[in-house]
Design a protein around this ligand. Sequence first.
Ligand code: PMP
Length: 398
Amino acid sequence: MAFNSIHFRSQFPSLQCEGVYLDSAATALKPLVMIEATKDYYQNVATVLRSKHTKALALDAQYELARSLTADLINAQYSHEIVWTKGATESINLVAQGYARKNLNIGDEIIVSELEHHSNLIPWIQVAQQTGAKVIKWPIEIDGTLSVDCLQTLITPKTRIIAVTQMSNVTGFQPDIYEISRIAHQHNAIIVVDGAQGIVHHPIDMQQYQIDFYAFSAHKLYAPTGLGVLYGKADLLEKMDCWQSGGKMLKSVSFTDFEPANIPYKFEAGTPNIAAVVGFYAVLDWLKSIDNFAATHYTINLVKDALIKLKTLPDINIHSVANSSLITFSIKDIHHDDIAILLAEQDIAIRSGELCAQPLMQALNCKGVIRASFMPYNSSMDVDKFILAIENAISILK
Ligand code: PMP
């Protein structure tokens, strides 16, 4: 399968206007197939897993099909290893409160990389405070990468969990997840991977990589907001506590006790975000017709071009790694938010600030950065407009 960037781009209604969208690492634009699917759902609305009327039963089937397409996307062994949540953040909190809180004891260690987004750090701090476990920092190297050798020096017999991102939302660095997983298991620890950024460009295989828990958000993968996925190995999910309870997460209940439902339903109390699952189903089906490898290659080439052009401008300090889908940088003596505002005035959407990674900003010795993140719907014209807009902004601010 080849990748046709013009055809791909034409499927995104919001790209029919002039502006340039380079904030996809925050949330991706939505293709028409997804918008139509959610609209259709609201025009033919019904609930799932409860009612027995015709529309509800048809939706039940689609709802579970979305789960099995998600399992296929990451090659999970069973579709019941896919838990619907409201986002990557909730998925990681579910592991922290459902698995870690139950299994950690005083003095146990959770290794967390310094590259992490707050949502793969704070849940671990919180559970450490609750259990008496310790969060151990896996520091970044001078070049902003993570070293597996360094990880080896941090592991002790007390290590229970290694929490790491598949791709940093700040530097774009992709740690060697396969090797980290191997090391974790060699030491009887589990690995929790934040796939929020990685899933978009580099889906990984849960069985081949032997991942214990994997979290991501549907909205960064072209789907609606308010839906996330937690993948967990079936035996780990079975042993986990549910942290929310209510309708449809139980087998039976008396006035004083209840028996939880089987996985994944015991983690899915209450009416779920049906519209988002329907939209995600449409995206997963549509993605089958796209060569993701070629699309990623296209995106990375756009970023390479942007990087070459950006480096010709004065006083640019690049913080992201090569061969990524994003560029993160700062400009000497210019505040990142001033650039974001001046770019917005030129109809260019980028992100500025700490990017939900304060500890990483401290390690990079930055107060904030500018991030331009690309997707296969971006074009070389977008790159040129972005560079021109940065040039204009610098000439105004210097
Ligand atoms: N991890 C990373 C690396 C992210 O980039 C994000 C979103 N910015 C998250 C986790 C959290 O995702 P969400 O806000 O959708 O839960």
